[in-house]
Ligand binder design. Structure first.
Ligand code: SF4
Length: 407
């Protein structure tokens, strides 16, 4: 059996050329896209951010691969995404706003390709073959009607699944409630179950700007200048995890996908084309390592928390840090996700609907996910921080250095 090929290409100035080279080195689209194909291009636009910030797929990469697909004259091409929990409020933080802000809408308009919000699409319950943890899952109709899926993730670490690349990117095909369900059931097992239904047929990784640690912009941005591609998304993710300094056997959702026969993640069973991994390897910092360094003495208990609360807790921490009040966070425990039986410390805040069992016992912020301002207020109250000072800093940040990349 031939080994799956994964390409790594240094992009330089010409992203289009780099994507073309990466796709070609990985075997091209022949035999995958033909005149009968209904193709779904699935970038990772989980939140409202700008291209190039490292949190979302750069629209230039989406444009380059979409153009290559169109050259095959398929029956149809759609760009689809369903942004993350917390970024799925109609007209406020929804997918369409995220697609617009990222520049993806402009790309779709230019290429004459429809954009679909997979969160508001019709959804159908599908049984998972040989489930590990999720017997059935609701999936957007547009995805089920596509016969070729091309995943176009950005290169990032992830607080729950170590990395988020082309197979984790498929979470966007589920509506919000299903996304949350995967965290309750066990995210890494659920990702493997999901991919047994919607395993991408091809992956193109935007490794131009990576994101590590807590995804704080711009502190956690990692300029990598890479793109990569492959027909086996598990192998693609394995290679890019290795570039980020991890071993593929540590990435449990890839191991589960391999066990399910969805692809290969063992390095010895993958062929790398283009630049060798050793030449571009740059270990990425994990969320927990950055948290310990940047917020010493702060504990986040986050059993089974989803992207909603995990993402929303970061902004108040940034504002408090920028207001030079980090010292006062020492000894604070923040509980998100499933309410634990025990916690450490005397200063404790519980956040989000999943932890609401604690609402009469601890300072609590309701919501699913809760509003950033409400979290900021509660943390400031518990830690005796001047909340007005923090809000003032928040205003300044939005006007200046962070622009709209911070929410
Ligand atoms: S409360 Fe928070 S962790 Fe729980 S489902 Fe909602 S956003 Fe996710």
């Amino acid at each position: 059996m031939p080994k799956p090929i994964v390409s790594i290409v240094k992009a330089g100035e010409n992203v289009v050329l780099a994507v073309r080279k990466a796709v070609s080195l990985a075997g091209g689209l022949d035999g995958i896209v033909n005149s009968e194909s209904k193709v779904l291009i699935k970038p990772n636009i989980a939140s409202r951010d700008k291209s190039g910030c490292g949190k979302i797929t750069d629209a230039r990469v989406t444009q380059a691969i979409t153009k290559m697909v169109l050259e095959k004259k398929p029956k149809s091409v759609i760009i689809g995404e369903g942004s993350a929990v917390g970024y799925d409020f109609p007209d406020l933080q929804d997918t369409m706003k995220a697609l617009e802000e990222s520049g993806t809408r402009e790309v779709a308009t230019k290429l004459g390709v429809p954009l679909v919000d997979l969160n508001t699409d019709r959804h159908r319950e599908v049984e998972v073959p040989n489930p590990l943890v999720m017997k059935s899952v609701k999936i957007a109709q547009t995805v089920l009607e596509s016969d070729v899926i091309i995943s176009v993730p950005v290169m990032k670490t992830h607080i729950r699944s170590a990395v988020t690349l082309s197979v984790k990117n498929m979470k966007g095909v589920m509506p919000g409630a299903e996304k949350k369900k995967t965290h309750r059931l066990g995210l890494e097992l659920a990702i493997a179950d999901l991919n047994s239904i919607v395993r991408p047929h091809f992956a193109v990784v935007d490794g131009l700007m990576g994101m590590e640690g807590l995804w704080e912009y711009p502190d956690d941005c990692v300029p990598m200048g890479l793109v990569g591609a492959g027909r086996d998304p598990i192998a693609v993710d394995s290679v890019f995890a290795q570039i980020m300094g991890m071993e593929s056997k540590e990435i449990m959702h890839l191991v589960y996908c391999q066990e399910k026969g969805l692809g290969k993640c063992d390095p010895g069973r993958i062929e790398v084309a283009g630049v060798p991994i050793s030449e571009v390897r740059r270990p990425f910092h994990t969320a927990f390592a950055v948290m310990r360094k940047r917020y010493p003495g702060l504990i986040i208990q986050s059993e089974k928390a989803c992207t909603g609360c995990t993402g929303e807790i970061i902004s108040p921490l940034i504002y408090i840090r920028e207001a030079k009040q980090v010292e006062k966070l020492k000894g604070l425990t923040v509980i998100i996700g499933e309410a634990p039986e025990q916690w450490e410390g005397e200063k404790v805040v519980a956040i989000g609907k999943c932890a609401q069992r604690l609402k009469d016992r601890l300072p609590f912020v309701p919501g699913c996910p809760p509003a950033v301002d409400a979290i900021t207020e509660k943390i400031c109250e518990v830690c005796n921080i001047d909340v007005q000072l923090v809000f003032q800093k928040q205003e300044e940040l939005h006007r200046t250095k962070y622009g709209k990349s911070l929410h």
